[in-house]
Design a protein around this ligand. Structure first.
Ligand SMILES: *Cc1c(COP(=O)(O)O)cnc(C)c1O
Length: 366
């Protein structure tokens, strides 16, 4: 089976043939072979995120990334006596507010424009105005635009005040260096099909054990009870509570081996950053303006403005797809734009090919 095109999207993304091959065997969830794979993954995720296993644990959760976010918010925030502060500057931040609404969690939203990073000073002012806040959540890499929010400045503000912290690091963990030990956040969430370069099927949550230990009975959902999932995985090491995506788990184990072979997070970050820089410069050279200031741009995905009112994204998309790449529509509400991802099994040779295709497209428009 030949892959017809490469995905220049922020997950699912293009995986290696060996990651795909790892899904060819059927495994039993109960068997010790499988449980050992789960345990190895849990340990390696802590390493990847520079989290000390004495203080942190990894809990795996079936479903897409949002299931992991929902499990975390729905378990971390108690049923009463809690107020959640949410810093929002894109669609994934808005999703956090939606989850809070579903769970009837009282929340204060600090909202920024989609092309602006979350400003720690504005967040600090909200904290002063709302001393009742007990929990905080925001997005690290806002995949709506590709910008990076300054979690290194935000988390200390919360810790000073004893506020429990949650980070949606879905599209950054593994692709942008993060040290959980330095950050000291309580929960950090990511999923199998982003920068670790596995396939979709589960999320994972790195949680401070002392914090997670206080959440028994908080969950309003049986299957998304993070505490219960942790207890089950600890009581019988490597055992998930309900059926887990065995093939996906094996693909992920292989993806972690390949991450190590690449040299870890830093070389991967450098590869993504090189892709992004080449793409950004090349596209600007072809007349596409950036949505995000390069000072806050991350290496994961880049948003470009439509070059003119007459720009036909569908036509552009099809032209590129027929020549081997799939790109992404825009998600910024106020600015007509599209996005191109630079993560996955992609390198600068691929980006050069893409730029040549886009250049050909433009030549045909005149
Ligand atoms: C991908 C992603 C998610 C999860 O989306 P799913 O479709 O549920 O996998 C959440 N937050 C961010 C920032 C993401 O990039």
């Amino acid at each position: 089976m030949k892959q017809p095109y490469l995905l220049l999207t922020p997950g699912p993304l293009s995986t290696t043939p060996t990651v795909k091959e790892a899904m060819q065997i059927d495994y039993c969830t109960w068997d010790s072979d499988y449980r050992q794979v789960t345990e190895t993954i849990r340990e390696q995720i802590l390493e990847l995120a520079q989290a000390n296993p004495d203080n942190y644990t990894t809990v795996l959760m079936q479903g897409s990334g949002t299931y992991g976010v929902e499990a975390t918010i729905g378990t971390a925030v108690p049923r009463s006596g809690a107020v959640l502060l949410i810093a929002v500057n894109g669609a994934y931040g808005r999703r956090l507010t939606e989850i809070a609404d579903y769970y009837d969690i009282q929340h204060v939203d600090v909202v920024f424009d989609e092309d602006q990073a979350v400003d720690p000073q504005v967040v600090a002012a909200a904290l002063d105005e709302h001393p009742e806040i007990t929990h905080f959540v925001t997005v690290h890499s806002e995949t709506t635009t590709g910008l990076l929010n300054p979690i290194e400045a935000l988390i200390p503000l919360m810790r000073e005040r004893g506020i429990i912290t949650m980070i949606d690091a879905m599209s950054s963990l593994g692709g942008v260096p993060i040290s959980i030990d330095d950050l000291g956040c309580d929960y950090l969430i990511s999923s199998a099909n982003k920068c670790v370069q596995g396939v979709p099927g589960f999320a994972f949550i790195i949680a401070k054990k002392a914090t997670l230990a206080t959440t028994e009975g908080n969950a309003r959902s049986l299957s998304l009870d993070l505490f219960a999932q942790w207890q089950a995985m600890t009581a019988q090491p490597g055992k998930w509570r309900f059926t887990s995506p065995t093939h996906v788990v094996h693909a992920f184990a292989q993806a972690l081996i390949e991450m190590k072979a690449e040299g870890g997070v830093l070389p991967r970050y450098q590869r993504y950053a090189a892709n992004q820089e080449l793409l950004s410069n090349g596209m600007q050279g072809l007349g596409f303006d950036l949505v995000i200031d390069p000072a806050i741009q991350g290496p994961i995905i880049t948003s470009f403005k439509y070059p003119s009112e007459h720009f036909d994204f569908d036509d552009f998309y099809q032209f590129i797809k027929e020549r081997g790449f799939v790109i992404y529509p825009g998600k910024v509400s106020a600015i007509p734009s599209f996005r191109i991802g630079t993560i996955g099994d992609i390198n600068t040779t691929d980006i050069k090919r893409l730029l040549a295709i886009i250049s050909d497209y433009q030549a045909l428009q005149h």
